[in-house]
Design a protein around this ligand. Structure first.
Ligand code: UDP
Length: 373
């Protein structure tokens, strides 16, 4: 029986790999490393993805530093796969989990499939950028979401037959969780935001969440947007707020992180989204909402080019919001297609993975691809 280890350790990985696990069917062997050990960030997502066992395969790695996490996960996953060897390993994105799993599989001679391959911010200060480069070096099948992602891989010398434009499974993951009008209203009532005209914000990237002065500036700018702001607070950001006594303006309602369905219900209802998240940059293109990206750089320029998002420093949030909320611009967004795929990425990724295990036994999946690289 074919066995494909699908490895994840954080919220965005499980959201995006859920459709891939479903497409693989009984061949999928989900492995949760435990990198995010906060229940609010992981438990409900595992349930949604149909992963029954919430126990981390590698207990205790959550609190380790970056090098410690990668080292512990390479060692732990190597032991796991030496005992029970999968036919292929799928990793997603740019986390320490994906980095370690890709290396462990590669050193064992197991084919590595990288979902969301070829993203580049060209910002070596981002730990994620280094993870991407390491994974690209060892992966065998590179599933790029967009033509631009594929072009980065080819320019770096990746063999063209290993690069495939599949789209990003976030498109189908988002579509599957889209709330009904009734659900939207129920979630809105639960949060007590008290207005249909509000801003939804998430802040958790180290460049914002670990710098108390920058975080305080972001919060004060959010409060000046002229609307109530709802902030589902990531544990990392919560820690900085309490450690440095960062003031949260009264315009901002802080709530716990939400499960994906509730988060999307609020995102669909909000007038504007402000975030430093990677995944949210993709989701807004599926739900047709404007987004201010509070970051120094982004590896997802497609969302900007399509008009959904603007990159802003904390002091530029108001100006960016003003530009995005132009009524004619909002009308255009409602009918602009997502640049991240057509909602069939997971099926293509599953087909490519099975083909990588025994290429001769499988039909080539090329006809189903968006376009061969
Ligand atoms: N998300 C969620 N609940 C929240 C905040 C975010 O479900 O309270 C989802 C969001 O819809 C997106 C994903 O988490 O799909 C993004 O994860 P995160 O921002 O943690 O990581 P990144 O994408 O920046 O790596």
């Amino acid at each position: 029986m074919t066995s494909v280890a699908v490895v994840f350790g954080t919220r965005p990985e499980i959201i995006k790999l859920g459709p891939v696990i479903a497409a693989l069917g009984p061949a999928a062997r989900p492995v949760f490393t435990g990198q995010h050990y906060d229940a609010a960030l992981i438990a409900t997502f595992l349930e949604v993805a149909g992963v029954p066992d919430l126990t981390p395969a590698l207990p205790g790695i959550g609190g380790a530093g970056r090098a410690g996490q990668v080292a512990l996960m390479i060692t732990g996953l190597t032991a796991l796969w030496q005992e029970s060897r999968p036919d292929a390993v799928i990793v997603q994105g740019d986390t320490n989990t994906a980095n370690a799993a890709a290396q462990a599989a590669h050193y064992l001679g197991i084919p590595v499939v990288h979902v969301e391959a070829g993203l580049r911010s060209f910002d070596r200060n981002m730990p994620e950028e280094i993870n991407r480069l390491v994974i690209s070096a060892v992966a065998d099948v590179h599933c790029a979401a967009t033509e631009e992602n594929a072009a980065f891989l080819l320019a770096a010398g990746t063999p063209s037959e290993a690069v495939h434009i599949t789209g990003n499974p976030i498109v189908e993951a988002t579509r599957a969780m889209l709330p009904t009008e009734l659900e939207r209203r129920r979630v809105l009532a639960e949060t007590g935001v008290g207005s249909a005209d509000f801003v939804l914000a998430t802040i958790h990237r180290p460049e914002n969440a670990d710098d108390p002065a920058r975080l305080a500036l972001i919060l004060s700018q959010l409060a000046r947007l002229g609307r109530p702001v709802l902030l589902p607070l990531h544990p990392r950001t919560r820690q900085t707020i309490s450690r440095y006594d960062v003031q949260v303006p009264s315009r901002i309602t802080v709530i716990d992180p939400l499960d994906h369905g509730r988060f999307l219900a609020l995102a669909c209802s909000a007038t504007l989204i402000v975030s430093d998240s990677g995944g949210v940059q993709e989701e807004v293109t599926v739900i047709g909402k404007p987004l201010v990206v509070v970051r120094n750089s982004t590896e997802r320029p497609e969302a900007m080019r399509a008009g959904f998002a603007l990159l802003a420093q904390p002091s530029e949030i108001l100006e960016a919001a003003h530009r995005l909320l132009d009524p004619a611009h909002l009308t255009r967004l409602a009918t602009t297609p997502s640049p991240f795929g057509d909602g069939h990425a997971a099926t293509r990724i599953a087909e490519l993975t099975l083909a990588a295990i025994s290429p001769s036994a499988q039909e080539p999946p090329a006809p189903a691809l968006l376009r061969a690289a």
